[in-house]
Ligand binder design. Structure first.
Ligand code: HEC
Ligand code: HEC
Ligand code: HEC
Length: 436
C-alpha cells in the first residue's frame, strides 16, 4: 500500500472516530428481544430440540464454522483462524460455550449484539472481518435458533491468539467510525413488490450467506463499494462478478445452472475452487433446493455490472503464440483443444465467465499451485489440477493465461509476466526449475 494511501486512511479513521464518538449507541434496541437470564454454557433442554435443529441450519447458512475453526482442527467453533485483511491478520474468536475462553458466560442478548451489531461482551467494537454488517439482516427467529444451537455445541477450553494490528487499526474504537461510514443498522426489509421466493433469496444472500463479503469490491477502509456483487480481489483469488452481466457475470447461466454450482460445486462450465470451494463444501451444498432456487432467482435480478467484452487479442501476437504452445503441451489433455474441459471435473475454459474479469488472480493462482474442485455429497470425486509453478516461467504462465482468455470466443485483457511474478511471491511458490 502506498504511503499516501495509509496517511489518507489514518486521517479518515481519525475523523470517523471523532464523528463516531458523537453517535449514540442506538443499536441495542433491536437486541432487547433477547433474554438476559440464561447463559450460553447452559445446554438446551429436550424441549428445545426443534430450535437446535433449525439453528444448525442457520449456522450452516451463515458459515460460522469457516472462520471460527482453525485450519485442520477438529474443534469446530473454537477459533484461532486468522483472516488476512489489508490491515493485518484478524483472529476469529472461540465461540463455543466454554465459560473461560468461549462465549459460555454470554447471555442471548450479548450474542445478538455481537452477531448483528459487532459488539463484544464488554461493548468493545469487533472488526468487520466478522461480517456483522451482513448478519444485521438476520431475523429474530433465526438468531434465537442459532443461539440455541450454539448452546448445544461442544465447549472447547482453548484460548485463541489475540489480534494484534498495527496503528491506527488497533484502535477498536475506530470501528465506531467505520460503522458510521459503512454499517447500515437495519434488519432485512422485505420488498412487497417481489415474490416470497425472491425475498427469501435476498434475505440469504444479503444476510446469513454474506456473499458480498467476498463478491463486492472494498474501498480503502474495507467498506463495500456500491458495485454490489460485481466482483472483488481477495489477494490470491478473484471472486467474480455474480450479477446477471452476460460477459463477466452469470447472465448466461439459467437458474438450474446456478443451483448446480452451489449444490455440487460445479456446473456445465465452472468448477468452484479456493475460497468458493470452501463456501460450497461448508455451506451452500447443505441448503435446501428451495433456498438454492431462491438464491438463484434473486441473483438473476440484481443490477448487472456494465462490463462489455473488449476485442479479443490477435492470435498472431508473440504472446498468444507462446500461449497456444504452452496450452497444447500442458493443458489440452484435460481442458481439450476446444477449451471445453470435462463437465463437473476439469473446468471449461470456454464460456466460463469467471475467467474474464480484468483481474486474473484466480487463473494465475490455479496455474501456479494447481487445485482441487469443491468436494460435495453430490459430486464426491472432484478433479485435481497439477501445479505448474516449477514447470512454467512467469512469461509462459502469463502467455497461457492470456491465450485462454482470448480463445474459443473469450475476450479479456492480456496478463503480464509481472502480474505472475507478484502472484508467485504472494503465494510463496518456487520459481521455474531450470531445464536440464
Ligand atoms: C468471515 C469470517 C467470519 C464469519 C463467517 C463469522 N465470523 Fe464471527 N468473528 C469473526 C472474527 C474475525 C471475529 C473477531 C473479531 C474481532 O476480534 O474484533 C469474530 C467474532 C465473533 C463473536 C465475538 C466473540 C468474542 O469473544 O468477542 C461472535 C459471538 C461471533 N463471531 C459469532 C459468529 C457466528 C454465530 C457466526 C455465524 C452466523 C460467525 N461469527 C461467522 C469472523 C467471522
Ligand atoms: C469466502 C469468499 C466467498 C464467499 C463468502 C462467496 N464466494 Fe462465491 N466465489 C468466491 C471465489 C474466490 C470464486 C471464484 C472461484 C473459482 O475461481 O473457482 C467464487 C465463485 C462464485 C461463482 C461462480 C462465478 C463464475 O463466473 O464462475 C458463483 C455463482 C458464486 N461464487 C456465488 C456465490 C454466492 C451466491 C455466495 C453466497 C451464497 C458466494 N458466492 C459466497 C468467493 C466467495
Ligand atoms: C490433469 C488435468 C489438468 C491439467 C493438465 C490442467 N488442468 Fe486446469 N483444471 C483441472 C481441473 C480438475 C480443474 C478444476 C479444479 C480447480 O479449479 O482447481 C481445473 C481448473 C482450471 C482453471 C479454472 C480455475 C478457476 O478459477 O475456476 C483454469 C484457469 C485452468 N484449470 C487452467 C489450466 C491451464 C492453463 C493448464 C495448463 C498450464 C491446466 N489448467 C492444466 C485439470 C487440469
Amino acid at each position: 500500500m502506498k504511503k499516501t494511501t495509509i496517511l489518507g486512511g489514518v486521517a479518515i479513521v481519525a475523523i470517523a472516530v471523532a464523528v463516531g464518538l458523537l453517535w449514540q449507541n442506538g443499536d441495542t434496541r433491536a437486541d432487547d428481544v433477547a433474554g438476559t437470564n440464561i447463559l450460553t454454557s447452559q445446554p438446551p433442554t429436550a424441549a428445545d430440540a426443534d430450535a437446535v435443529m433449525r439453528g444448525k441450519y442457520v449456522a450452516i447458512a451463515g458459515d460460522c464454522v469457516a472462520c471460527h475453526t482453525a485450519p485442520g482442527s477438529k474443534d469446530a467453533f473454537a477459533g484461532g483462524y486468522t483472516i488476512s485483511t489489508p490491515f493485518g491478520g484478524i483472529v476469529a474468536s472461540n465461540i463455543t460455550p466454554d465459560p473461560e475462553y468461549g462465549i459460555g458466560n454470554w447471555t442471548e442478548r450479548d450474542f445478538y449484539r455481537a452477531v448483528r451489531h459487532g459488539k463484544g461482551k464488554g461493548g468493545q467494537y469487533l472488526y468487520p472481518a466478522m461480517p456483522y454488517n451482513a448478519y444485521v439482516k438476520v431475523s429474530d427467529q433465526d438468531m434465537h435458533d442459532l443461539w440455541m444451537y450454539m448452546r448445544s455445541v461442544k465447549p472447547v477450553n482453548y484460548k485463541a491468539p489475540e489480534t494484534d494490528l498495527g496503528f491506527p487499526y488497533n484502535i477498536r474504537l475506530a470501528m465506531m467510525g467505520w460503522n458510521l461510514l459503512f454499517f447500515k443498522n437495519q434488519g432485512y426489509q422485505p420488498d412487497s413488490a417481489k415474490s416470497a421466493e425472491w425475498n427469501r433469496g435476498a434475505y440469504l444472500v444479503e444476510g446469513l450467506e454474506h456473499c458480498s463479503a467476498c463478491h463486492t469490491a472494498k474501498n480503502m477502509l474495507g467498506g463495500d463499494k456500491d458495485t454490489y456483487l460485481q466482483g472483488s480481489n481477495l489477494a490470491e483469488w478473484h471472486a467474480p462478478d455474480i450479477t446477471p452481466n452476460n460477459y463477466t457475470g452469470i447472465g448466461r447461466w439459467n437458474e438450474q445452472q446456478i443451483v448446480d454450482y452451489l449444490k455440487l460445486g460445479s456446473n456445465h462450465v465452472a468448477v468452484a475452487s479456493g475460497p468458493m470451494a470452501e463456501a460450497v463444501t461448508n455451506s451452500t451444498q447443505h441448503l435446501s433446493e428451495v433456498d438454492l432456487r431462491a438464491i438463484a432467482v434473486y441473483l438473476k435480478s440484481v443490477p448487472a455490472a456494465d462490463n462489455v467484452p473488449p476485442q479479443p487479442l490477435a492470435t498472431e501476437s508473440a504472446q498468444m503464440k507462446m500461449g497456444a504452445n504452452v496450452y497444447s503441451a500442458n493443458c489440452s489433455a484435460c481442458h481439450n483443444s476446444d477449451g471445453k474441459g470435462i463437465p463437473h471435473l476439469a473446468a471449461s475454459l470456454a464460456e466460463n465467465p469467471g475467467l474474464l474479469a480484468d483481474d486474473p488472480s484466480s487463473i494465475i493462482t490455479t496455474v501456479l499451485e494447481g487445485g482441487r474442485g469443491a468436494v460435495t455429497e453430490g459430486n464426491p470425486t472432484s478433479g485435481a489440477m497439477p501445479a505448474f509453478a516449477w514447470k512454467l516461467s512467469d512469461e509462459q504462465v502469463a502467455a497461457v493465461a492470456t491465450y485462454l482468455r482470448n480463445s474459443w470466443g473469450n475476450a479479456a485483457p492480456a496478463v503480464t509476466a509481472k502480474e505472475v511474478a507478484d502472484q508467485r511471491k504472494l503465494l510463496k511458490q518456487p520459481s521455474q526449475m531450470p531445464a536440464h
